[in-house]
Ligand binder design. Sequence first.
Ligand code: NDP
Length: 382
Amino acid sequence: METGVALFEKEKPIPPYVRVSATSLKRVVRDIFVSLGLSGFDAEIVADVLVTADLMGISSHGVQRVERYVAGIENGAVNVNPDMKFTIDYGAIALLDADNGLGHIAGLKAMRMAIEKARLHGVGLVLVKHSHHYGIAGYYALKAVEEGMIGLSTTNSEALVAYIGSVERYLGTNPIAFAAPRRNPPPLLYDGALSIIPVGKIEVYSKTGREIPSGWVISRTGEILHGDARRVYEAIKSREAAILPLGGYLEEYGGHKGSGLALIVEIICGVLSGAAWGIHVGYTTVKNANVGHAFAAIDISKFMDLGLFYDRIEQLINEVKSLKKSPHVEKIWIPGEKAWLTMQTRLKIGIPIHLNIFRKLEEIARKHGVLFDVEVLEERLT
Ligand code: NDP
């Protein structure tokens, strides 16, 4: 594995954009949430999850989402001072009631509990109810990796995705993240939605004036929508369209597998946790959104010596990396590699933020009396 010597970005920035330092961006985002009533401790967590997404090249779940959380706080849907309590704590399992607080705060608390449980029992499983959107699933799975453990994280979300054979929004985009440690970075991190794309991607395309390719979205009349992202995003928001599950709308390409896996997430995160599922899950600006999450940690050392695990996973990765390469790609990647290289690059040269998103953030900061002192390292207007 190359050690990030060459600059690499998983998501190529599209002008006009500014490149900003991660630390200054995080400070401003933190201050915005503090100005809205979150404690400094909680605001720091939210800012860290959002800026980590941008560092990893996941702009769909980065600071462009500040607007959404602020709206949820302003209309009282999000509790800025939640009393999050473990209402079940039994052996290797626990259930956290997030009291309508932001999912990032609940997520970190629950993942830390799963890690503690894994240290004691070899495995820990913690479910969360009465939560809100938690951002990138991988953030939490990586917390287990910091402890030399395997981490898993998943969540349901507002219903946006068509179940196989239907044209209605019923399932969440329901990401699953799995992270495993390696002897040297990057850790293996698989983190992806169970829909063809997360809705945040369509949101970013609409904010930055891009075109939606065919195969992502189906209308209520069964037409596959593409083209102008603003129009497609509006159709989804007004329930005139739904995102397709991983594999698409036909069994031929595995649409039943994507929607089947998403259904499993609804059962674990919604039905079993006591949270809502499917169409009952609310958006961030909805009172009692009742989003559910699940977190698991596996203590590798209870199965085998950690050094042996590192040898074995390295062998697996080397075997995959040495497979005969398809002529259609430049390189064979391991999940998490591109995100890690992007992070190393952006820690060095800054995070590109599209000008529309940057201006919106500035507007939010000014509205809440927060000094918008984000350090701009580069400006690319054309
Ligand atoms: P992507 O399709 O970008 O990536 C999915 C996974 O595949 C990543 O782990 C990625 O690793 C890996 N990957 C990408 N290309 C390759 C390749 N060529 N070879 C091997 N592995 C590869 O993810 P999504 O767009 O589906 O999701 C983006 C984010 O959105 C995730 O963080 C997810 O948790 C979040 N999300 C959150 C939701 C919520 O409700 N909270 C809902 C939906 C999504 P790498 O990153 O290294 O490229």
